[in-house]
Design a protein around this ligand. Structure first.
Ligand SMILES: *Cc1c(COP(=O)(O)O)cnc(C)c1O
Length: 371
């Protein structure tokens, strides 16, 4: 059996940058807790995306949690959240004892539908914060979303876990809202094995997030706490991996784009295939190459045919409003996200794939149309 081809898996730099930074941490015995790598990773990422301040955390989920806390979201507050996303977007709303209201996608972006968002504002004018996601690296329609949110003076949190390195109208995704978050989980475009970053132009709020993330220790010798704390900080070893990975981010985006264009060129003529929408204002990071099917070949046919050759592929995220845990919460929209879930396919988008891997995948898929 050939070696497994993954949807997306860790890809360290060919130059060994990560090991160099990790070695530095070892050489100085500065494995933990904080240290140069953490501080520098925060600064380097902030510079890269064009934001004032960043806090390196243990995960993207932790970053969303602290963003909600910084936004003042607490018990009983309403938070709008896209329904088509990974559960980690919605879980922190529950951590804060707040109430999610799920918003449908639109076909033009696959992301939060600004019209459904308006409707949700009419229904819940008291909403405290809005979380926007850039699914698979495709940017949401930020001008329209920000216009609606600004009109209602609501705090915006951008979950850019999947879109680091992608741009909306020339500006990095994650930098439009009051807060943005990135993830360095193992399947993301760059990884630290696990980790996340909270970003904002509000330096005070980021400083506060660092305080919460280190157990809310007041300045005192005797371990004084006047607030609830968390153990959410990134370690100095992990941050070293992040610094090395950041150096190859552009290269990874380039390869992801190459993969998407390869699939599109080879497969877009097949009956019923429609590739994910890349709008004229969008420069995605192409984290996962995805499409929908409307013909005789169904997503399961593709999953099964690829799995037989030890190749991973997956459906599009199952919407939150039809998840057993979340179905009791309100949903505003139609059935766009459900349709995307039922008809969607995410293809292997691992940056370590060779042309011969891509050729093999394309051949297997094309074969399904010949039967
Ligand atoms: C991966 C992901 C997260 C969570 O990030 P972790 O670092 O794994 O906690 C949040 N939101 C979305 C959309 C993601 O894809």
């Amino acid at each position: 059996m050939a070696e497994r081809i993954y949807l997306a898996s860790p890809h360290m730099s060919e130059e060994g940058y990560e090991q160099k930074y990790v070695q530095e941490a070892f050489d100085t015995n500065w494995i933990a807790p904080l240290g140069t790598n953490v501080n520098e990773f925060e600064k380097e990422l902030a510079t890269k995306v064009g934001i004032k301040s960043a806090a390196a955390l243990s995960s993207g989920t932790a970053a969303i949690h602290l963003a909600l806390k910084a936004a003042g979201v607490g018990e009983g507050d309403i938070v709008f959240c896209p329904t088509l996303t990974f559960s980690a977007t919605a879980n922190p709303i529950i951590y804060q004892n707040a109430t999610p209201v799920f918003i449908d996608s639109n076909e033009e972006t696959w992301n939060m539908d600004p019209t459904a968002l308006e409707e949700a504002f009419n229904k819940y004018p008291e909403v405290k914060a809005v979380i926007v996601v850039h699914l698979y690296g495709l940017s949401a329609d930020m001008d329209r979303i920000m216009e609606v949110c600004n009109k209602h003076k609501t705090i915006v949190i951008e979950d850019a876990a999947e879109s680091l390195g992608g741009f909306y109208k020339g500006k990095q995704t994650g930098t439009f809202g009051d807060y943005g978050i990135y993830s360095f989980n193992g399947n993301k475009i760059i990884t630290t094995s696990g980790g996340g970053m909270l970003i904002s132009n509000n330096e005070e709020k980021i400083a506060k997030a660092r305080f919460w993330a280190t157990q809310s220790r007041d300045q005192a010798q005797h371990y004084q706490h006047s607030e609830l704390g968390y153990n959410y900080r990134m370690s100095n070893v992990v941050a070293g991996i992040g610094r090395g990975q950041l150096k190859v981010l552009d290269k990874r985006v380039e390869k992801k784009k190459y993969i998407f264009e390869y699939y599109k060129k080879e497969l877009s003529n097949l009956e019923g295939i429609e590739f994910m929408p890349v709008n004229e204002w969008d420069e995605p990071n192409y984290w996962l190459s995805s499409f929908t099917l409307s013909g005789l070949v169904r997503p399961n046919d593709i999953f099964e045919a690829l799995e037989r050759e030890n190749i991973e592929s997956r459906p599009i995220w199952k919407p939150m409003h039809i998840q057993p845990f979340f179905e009791k919460y309100d949903f505003v929209g139609f059935n766009v996200s459900e349709q995307l879930f039922e008809n969607g396919v995410c293809l292997p988008s691992d940056t370590k794939m060779t042309d011969s891997d891509l050729c093999k995948i394309v051949k297997i898929i094309k074969g399904l149309w010949l039967q």
